[in-house]
Design a binder for this molecule. Sequence first.
Ligand code: CA
Length: 449
Amino acid sequence: MSQLSRRKFIVTAGSAAAGSLLLKGCLGNPPSATNVGSPQAAAPASPAAGAAPETTKVKLGYIPIFESAPLIIAQQKGFFAKHGMTEVEVSKQANWGSARDNVEIGSAGGGIDGGQWQMPMPHLISEGLITKGNKKIPMYVLAQLITQANGIAIANKHLGKGLHTKLNESAVAYIKGLKTSGTPFKAAYTFPKANQDFWIRYWLAASGIDPDADISLLTVPAAQTVANMKTGTMDAFSTGDPWPARISQDKIGFMATLTGQMWKFHPEEYLAIRADWVDQHPKATRAILKGVMEAQQWCDQPENRDELATILSGREFFNVPAAVLKPPLAGKYEMGDGQPAVDDFKMGPLYWKDDLGSVSYPYKSHDLWFITESVRWGFLPASTLDDAKRIVDTVNREDLWKAAAKELGVPDADIPKSTSRGIETFFDGIKFDPENPKAYLDSLKIKRV
Ligand code: CA
């Protein structure tokens, strides 16, 4: 967006925010559990007219893991409709590659306008790095959907080898030995160069295993991970709940680590939409954000988690028994392999707030970590760090999140004052200071830069 049009947009957004604040009494109250009515039912028609979104339709893709819950809940419980988005389609994607292909063509071409993303997919799509013909499709990151609720699962054949959060010397020797004997340890992620790839790499590298030299990495779609581990296609995988938790529930394998044990309250997946769609539909974008925020607040209430499990378990969504979803939604994980079980709500999926700040707000410092980690592994050239501020400032629209939060009446205390969450600390003691990503890279032993 040019400086001029951005300024014009901010002015427009500002006046819309002022107008809708007057309506807060009508629109700002959370619906009851059974309220799935239209916004017309919730507010008088005339004052709402000025705040009406430019369109009532949007198509948002999702992958059936806990990360998608705010999108599914916003649609199923009427939070999108409450804000005037009465025709939101949440569309299950076969895998991350399909989601990328579908956002390239957009909803007009039968694809999607945006939805749930691993990081830094929106940045890579915007820069034309993972698109067909390297076409740049500008996207905006609008909100974080979730923290935690991901894990690394290991097949049963590796029981008793010490493959836990921190690997001891014999566990490291065991994994390296598999490579030497011609049967390298095969670890799967759901899409290369994004979250799950980063979690596997960080976990192994922290203990001295080079993921590019000492093991094999492969891509497996999230919903196929359990089947693939049963048939022995892979030794480990990293993905979102409920799939890693299901491995230990079904006694096919065990959990090496929860991602929350590697990096408590870490950035996970995000809502991002094509920039052209957002620029054409600023009010609809804020309406979507308000719906997602209310859904995240709803999802975060412990008393709603059983109902959340029931909704997500539906045939059209995850298509798994609710009983599989309930333990991880309550922060209960059977780790297996002699490790203590985890029973802590704050180690499970969190959607609105955590102990470090907002879950929903998209901190720019987290975008920068994903770009820095991409540089670490040679996915992006080292020079990208010099350009990182431009990339993050172009893609991350935390300003739109804040505008929507104010319209919704989110208390000031829940709206971060800084675009940085500050220094991040990992389980191996490594720190990431967003003010100095080079120092973080320097502190890492295993890297491609
Ligand atoms: Ca994930």
